[in-house]
Design a protein around this ligand. Structure first.
Ligand code: SF4
Length: 369
């Protein structure tokens, strides 16, 4: 069920809509046009699915940011996985990566050519794959934000505990807060409020966003995924701006604590350390990646097989970089829906189930899930 009929509680939806419009009018009387960004792929999908942009007052702009880990990953990591598959390793991956273009091919095509690429649905599944194939090297294409990193590190703990010797990680882990800092440091991007990611916040905690409010004067709301959560979250951003009181408002406190999940943070810190990392569209951001610490490099595929991941070639016609920075709407890409389509995607934003281009294509074109 899409659009307004997707709101289960119409009375509440109408209430929040009226309140949001009221705050929009107050901002208009202050002569303000405000720019909000959601930084979570699940929010992006829900916003598109329920047509939430259609609810916004004319002086409120809502763009998608770099909230999809698949979309921000450099194609060089796909190239490396394909190379390892050609060497006879089993590549374990989450399904979203299968059709993401590398420089010359995809994991999907590599499997069709005989490479052993296994889609896994959880880190536990990866562990089982390694247990069941002890005589073959299994390389897990480990991509994700803090939410995904924590369970993968818990899996690595299991690998060490069971002395499983044939599993290594090809990592492209990313940390969300440095990316937000990079966005705020870009003079071409205007952001007055972040709709902060929900899952990531459960790990890092709502307090992680305080510098953006306190130093940059940006309103921050941590919101859940239900359409009412999102409407309420956007109204929370508007309220902060009307009152000229930017702060962190944790509206998802049924899941997110101010300090986050300490146990998950400990497991991440035990195995990984921050490193500068390259983001599609955003370039290299200091301390925005995570790599295995020196004492765990035997589980690092690059270290184990003696190679480095080289930067990949991005299709020059794909504007994913601008989409991920919120500089353009997906439909502003000249290839949207024509040269680039879910059946023949040119960029990761059209492939990923959390990609902005995929979301806009799926819901703006009326194709229901
Ligand atoms: S529509 Fe396709 S080509 Fe254009 S930005 Fe999105 S993924 Fe890239």
């Amino acid at each position: 069920m899409n659009g307004i009929e997707g709101f289960r509680n119409m009375e509440a939806a109408n209430h929040f809509y009226k309140v949001l419009c009221g705050h929009g009018q107050q901002l208009a009387r202050q002569g303000r046009v405000v720019h909000f960004m959601e930084v979570c792929g699940s929010h992006t999908m829900a916003i598109a699915r329920f047509g939430i942009r259609d609810f916004l007052p004319i002086n409120m702009d809502l763009v998608s940011g770099p909230g999809c880990p698949v979309c921000v990953t450099d194609p060089g990591i796909i190239d490396a996985a394909i190379q390892l598959a050609h060497q006879g390793k089993i590549i374990a991956t989450f399904g979203d990566m299968m059709r993401v273009p590398g420089s010359r091919s995809t994991l999907d095509k590599t499997r069709a050519e005989g490479g052993r690429i296994e889609i896994c649905y959880s880190p536990r599944h990866v562990l089982e794959l390694a247990r069941d194939n002890r005589k073959t090297e299994v390389v897990f294409l480990a991509i994700g934000f803090e939410t995904t990193v924590a369970p993968i590190m818990a899996m690595l703990d299991g690998v060490i505990g069971e002395a499983i010797g044939n599993l290594s990680l090809l990592t492209a882990f990313k940390r969300v807060p440095p990316a937000l800092s990079a966005l705020l440091g870009d003079p071409e991007i205007r952001i007055d409020g972040f709709l902060c990611p929900a899952h990531v916040s459960a790990i890092i905690g709502a307090d992680a966003y305080r510098p953006y409010a306190e130093t940059h004067g940006v309103a921050c709301v941590v919101a859940g995924f239900e359409p009412l959560d999102i409407l309420y979250g956007l109204d929370g951003l508007a309220r902060q701006l009307v009152a000229n009181n930017p702060h962190v408002d944790n509206q998802y406190n049924r899941v997110v604590k101010p300090e986050g999940n300490r146990q998950a943070q400990r497991v991440i810190a035990r195995f990984l350390e921050p490193v500068d990392a390259s983001w599609r569209g955003l370039g290299v951001i200091p301390a925005s990646g995570l790599v295995l610490r020196q004492e765990f490099t035997r589980y690092d595929a690059c270290h184990r097989f003696g190679f480095v991941v080289e930067p990949g070639r991005v299709n020059p016609h794909c504007l994913c970089g601008d989409v991920l920075k919120g500089k353009i709407d997906p439909s502003e890409c000249p290839l949207f829906g024509t040269g680039c389509h879910p059946d023949h995607p040119l960029g990761p934003c059209m492939v990923s189930s959390e990609g902005s281009c995929a979301a806009e294509f799926k819901y703006a074109s009326g194709v229901s899930s």
